[in-house]
Design a protein. Structure first.
Length: 255
């Protein structure tokens, strides 16, 4: 395994990015196609690739956000947990690297490494796995399954490492590699809660744990930007300004 550590991915929460996020949310609420709305906002505000990715991964309509938040489940309430391996470990690894992390409008913490950094099995990812399992060992889980995407090189080695760590921690569980990890996780979702921040899985499963977000918030809370909260505050401010201007216009018409 390579010992090279990637450079941290940093995002600045500029006024331009906040305004772009508000516009994107407005278009989603108006029923615009997600990709079309994102392209429109990207061009209007001249967003960078990273800023565009932040909006795509972290800004959703109120209806979508509310529905996803309702699915969030506490580890204390669970007996069975299936983990979207590389999804969760990517977020944990991002927190160790000092990446910027975003608390999205749907209540999930997401990293920005998806299209900026190729996922690879490394000592750092193995450390992320050890941290994750050590944290889970504190809970009274009856069974834990880690599902890893077989297309990622050396995923089988990571699965073997996971099984050894579980045995050492006296955890009941397993780790498997699958060519269609998402499909396998959704099959498991009938009996297991799913640990992931993947939007496709969240929308189809009934019980979700933001395990990566929980760990990232403990490892590097200072790196987590509450983008959803910032957007809500700005939306409220814009609504107030519009109301004030409308009131002023009404008063002038009355005169």
């Amino acid at each position: 395994m390579s010992m090279e550590w990637p450079e941290p991915i940093r995002l600045s929460l500029t006024d331009c990015l906040v305004e772009a996020a508000v516009d994107f949310l407005f278009l989603l609420e108006r029923g615009y196609d997600r990709r079309s709305a994102l392209s429109l906002v990207t061009g209007r505000w001249k967003l960078s690739r990273l800023e565009r990715l932040a909006l795509y991964r972290c800004v959703f309509s109120y209806t979508t956000s509310k529905r996803r938040i309702s699915k969030l489940t506490y580890l204390d309430d669970l007996a069975m947990l299936a983990i979207d391996g590389f999804n969760v470990l990517s977020t944990v690894q991002a927190s160790l690297l000092g990446d910027t992390l975003l608390l999205a409008t749907d209540g999930f913490v997401r990293d920005l490494s998806a299209s900026m950094r190729k996922i690879r099995v490394s000592p750092l990812l193995a450390s992320s796995l050890a941290i994750t399992l050590s944290y889970l060992s504190r809970y009274s889980l009856e069974h834990v399954v880690i599902v890893l995407d077989a297309q990622v090189s050396r995923s089988g080695e990571l699965a073997s490492t996971a099984r050894r760590l579980m045995e050492r921690l006296s955890m009941r569980g397993s780790a498997v590699t699958c060519r269609k990890a998402d499909t396998h996780l959704l099959r498991l979702s009938e009996d297991y809660a799913i640990a992931t921040s993947d939007s496709v899985i969240i929308d189809k499963a009934s019980r979700i744990v933001d395990l990566g977000g929980l760990l990232a918030s403990r490892i590097a809370a200072e790196k987590v930007i509450n983008l959803g909260g910032v957007i809500s505050s700005r939306v409220a401010e814009v609504a107030r300004l519009i109301a004030e201007r409308a009131s002023e216009a009404y008063e002038k018409d009355g005169d």
